[in-house]
Design a protein around this ligand. Structure first.
Ligand SMILES: C[S@@+](CC[C@H](N)C(=O)[O-])C[C@H]1O[C@@H](n2cnc3c(N)ncnc32)[C@H](O)[C@@H]1O
Length: 240
């Protein structure tokens, strides 16, 4: 099956995704808050709560973008958080934010690709990925690599959009995501495709049960999901 990509051109999905996030980085945080009406912050808080019993000291935030998930993880009082992303443009805004919040000694953001990261085996106590796995070029390759670098007993937390299945949320979401999101997104980001790619990529992405099965195939155990906000997003939790 051909992959859903941002610009439908001959570049790899990874190149297109990095390009797209570089393009929209200057409006990413603003549009996140506007289009989700602020709900995304509560979702990240819920994810972080799940990590409290583990008390992780070294955390990797994959697909960190402008660093919001990494910043939310500071509630866990870790020793260090490393954020990685393939878009320098997104991390540039993230680093500015960290400086303002005086968090730049605790959180570092580095260029890195989830699928090829070469940290040693069993390095991290916890790994988080917010709205990132949907954008991987090779989902399984990325998840297997994350399983490799997570410590035994460590937790992976994924936050991702999903497609609600129940009336009337499904109908409302389809309308909002297909018409409102691309129109507002295009107006503010000046990128014609980024906010049209968003609903397309969510639709093409494995559903909740399928992603749980994929996680188990990629070396994780105790994988499960919890729907958020009537099924428009979900938290996936898995252990190594
Ligand atoms: C929607 S943003 C999410 C940013 C942030 N995690 C958040 O919660 O707002 C998705 C990010 O995934 C990054 N990304 C996509 N594929 C990646 C990969 N293979 N490795 C690392 N980052 C990736 C993109 O560059 C982008 O910054």
């Amino acid at each position: 099956m051909s992959q859903v990509t941002p610009y439908n051109n001959s570049d790899s999905k990874k190149e297109q995704v990095a390009q797209m996030f570089d393009n929209i980085a200057f409006r990413y945080d603003f549009l996140n808050s506007l289009l989700s009406m602020g709900i995304h912050k509560g979702w990240r808080k819920k994810c972080v709560k799940r990590l409290i019993p583990l008390q992780p000291k070294l955390i990797l935030d994959v697909a960190t973008g402008t660093g919001d998930f990494a910043i939310a993880c500071m509630k866990l009082n870790p020793t260090k958080i490393i954020g990685i992303d393939i878009s320098e443009g997104m991390m540039k805004f993230g680093r500015e934010k960290l400086k303002k919040l005086n968090l730049d000694s605790k959180i570092e953001l580095n260029l890195g690709d989830a699928e090829t990261l070469d940290f040693a085996d069993n390095t991290f106590d916890a790994i988080t990925v917010g709205f990132g796995v949907r954008n991987f070029e090779n989902l399984e390759k990325g998840l297997k690599n994350l399983s490799r670098i997570l410590k035994p007993g460590g937790s992976l937390i994924i936050l991702e959009f999903s497609y609600p299945r129940k009336f009337p949320i499904k109908q409302f979401y389809t309308f909002y995501f297909s018409y409102i999101t691309p129109t507002i997104g295009k107006f503010f980001s000046k990128d014609n495709r980024a906010y049209a790619y968003l609903p397309e990529s969510v639709k093409a992405f494995p559903d909740n049960e399928r992603l749980v099965a994929i996680l188990k195939n990629c070396g994780f155990k105790e994988a499960s999901f919890k729907s958020l906000s009537f099924g428009i997003a979900a938290i996936y939790e898995a252990k190594k």
